[in-house]
Design a protein around this ligand. Structure first.
Ligand code: SAH
Ligand code: DHB
Ligand code: MG
Length: 225
């Protein structure tokens, strides 16, 4: 067995151990495939982590940046406390349309708002509307703007808010300090800002398995100023 095969086998083992058949999520993925969306949604085990974090926070106000077909959104919405809502931001109207149908089919249409447009603009609008504070923010859109989404997430949060950031390892590309790659530059700038920001404390972990080698960062807000 190669190292990759071993990681895949272990991923399968954990999935078989801890995840049930899930017609709503499988239906959402089938509809996303049929619509030609890229298969870049979070892995099932990471989706379940998002749900569990939402539950642990008793989250009633969740923000997601980057909806795609709404796979991660469905996991987040399942973790909502009574009467809670997920607001999810998506640039592409076609993606949003697929997601909206998936939310309806999953019975979650009334707990999820999709806002279509560039997330920097919708985050500014949410701030102007006083839509926060959000209990949990999941950042998973265009990587070069991750540092800006992080700054907005802090503005939209409160002490105790968790900000989860996807794709913070990228097969190790994150080590390339001199990289001209705008995705890597954006993600490294996010690390630098989170490390330097006295209002937050952060960790990250690496993931392996069906989505390859990547990672999630978890940032906790400790004060607001
Ligand atoms: N969170 C999803 C995957 C999101 S993929 C899941 O795990 O299921 C990234 C999404 O971000 C894509 O749908 C892409 O269209 C969207 N996106 C890219 N640039 C954006 C922007 N400027 N504003 C909002 N969404 C954007
Ligand atoms: C890509 C984006 C993601 O959010 C992800 O989880 C995996 C891949 C991408 O743009 O390639
Ligand atoms: Mg991602």
């Amino acid at each position: 067995m190669t190292q990759d095969e071993k990681w895949l086998a272990i991923d399968d083992y954990i999935v078989e151990s801890f995840l049930d058949d899930d017609p709503a999520l499988e239906g959402a993925l089938a509809a996303s495939d049929a619509a030609g969306l890229p298969r870049i949604q979070v892995a099932p085990l990471q989706g379940k982590l998002l749900m569990m974090l939402a539950r642990a926070l008793q989250a009633r106000n969740i923000l997601e940046v980057g909806t795609l077909g709404g796979y991660s959104t469905i996991w987040l919405a399942r973790g909502l406390g009574d009467g809670g809502r997920v607001t999810t931001l998506e640039l592409d109207p076609g993606h949003a349309e697929v997601a909206r149908r998936n939310f309806g089919n999953a019975g979650l249409g009334d707990r999820i708002d999709i806002r279509v447009g560039p997330a920097l603009e919708t985050m500014a609008a949410l701030h102007a509307e006083d839509a926060g504070p959000f209990d949990l923010v999941f950042i998973d859109a265009d990587k070069p703007r991750t540092p800006d989404y992080f700054d907005w997430a802090v503005k939209l949060g409160r002490a105790g808010t968790l900000i989860v950031v996807d794709n913070v390892v990228r097969e190790g590309a994150i080590l390339a300090a001199q990289s001209g790659n705008k995705h890597v530059k954006g993600l490294r700038e996010f690390y630098a800002r989170a490390a330097a920001d006295p209002r937050v404390t952060a960790t990250a972990f690496q993931t392996v398995g069906h989505k390859g080698h990547d990672g999630l960062a978890i940032v906790q807000m400790i004060e607001t100023r």
